[in-house]
Design a binder for this molecule. Sequence first.
Ligand code: SAH
Ligand code: SF4
Length: 363
Amino acid sequence: MKTAEQILMKESLEKDEIIYLLSTQDKAERNLLLETAGRIRKEYVGRNVYLRGLIELSNICRKNCLYCGIRKDNKKVERYTLDDRQVIDTVRQALDSGFGSIVLQSGERTDKNFTSRVARLVRQIKEISGGKLGITLSCGEQAPETYREWFEAGAHRYLLRVETSSEELYYKWHPNDRVHEYSNRLISLEALKKTGYQVGTGVMIGAPYQGIETLAEDLLLFKELDIDMIGMGPYIPHEDTPVFDPEEDLPSPAERLELTLRMIALLRIIMKDVNIAAATALDVLAPSGRVMALLAGANVFMPNLTPGENAKKYALYRDKPYFEGLVSSAMEKVDEKIEPAGLKIVYDKWGDSPHFTRRVVIN
Ligand code: SAH
Ligand code: SF4
């Protein structure tokens, strides 16, 4: 087997090489992986960290993903939907605070009331910001016409995590029924790309039954799908879910954090010019989990702007951080920590994925 140094000099990585880098216990090799990712990041996407203000529109969901705290059958969840005023007020505050983009995320609903409302909100946000705010949507699997309607309203990026590259594992994490079809996840990603979105996907890391080999395959799938943006984060158990495993059956929090950082670094090395988000879930595992992700190669930071009590009800997993975004001192703290590595948060910029620009120019 080659050493990390030899592997990291190669043009492209094989599966067994990725597995080696995900699992090496040699500290110097591990540090070399992260340093290489840091260098490639500066070369291909620069030093900027782009902001996305996250607005969690509603926790009503028609799905029953077995790991998710707001799954339909969790009767303990108090359901909410932000009203127009709450969304627009939050958008205005985001604009005033220098956010260049927002993400509207939600449980999955496919009824006309919901899909038309999202289109209307997107148009309104575009209007009140004079086109200044970039809009990412993350509202699950939808019909191609809905993706088109939202794109025409002004959304230009979409996040839909494939969750895993293994169909077999997908059905350990989801009911095997028509609402949870793995093939539809892939079909949806293709439809989003065809519609013209910058397409984001991702996986959970360190979740039950997963294993390192699947994680290596996940990275290769992102490349195969030629994806523009990635958001991958550690799995965090939620007591009121069917796959809830006592913590001791999972990789430890420290191991999940480490695996996530290595996945980010490897993705930066494999795909180079994609946007990579520092997932919120990292902050559950370490106080500066997201900062560590930025240092490992991520270039997008997504503070949660969901107003008031609602953010607490959007509990996908345990101890999820809520409202944090508009406190500029919080941003300054992040800046202080990333500055020694030569990185900086930028305001008032969309911060699109260079990979997307290249993909569209080439095709
Ligand atoms: N309903 C939409 C968007 C909201 S869920 C969708 O599913 O695409 C957003 C992401 O939260 C999911 O893609 C999943 O990867 C993540 N998530 C859900 N439960 C989680 C958990 N217990 N730990 C970590 N991430 C989780
Ligand atoms: Fe719904 Fe998304 Fe949670 Fe699945 S992961 S239950 S689709 S909110």
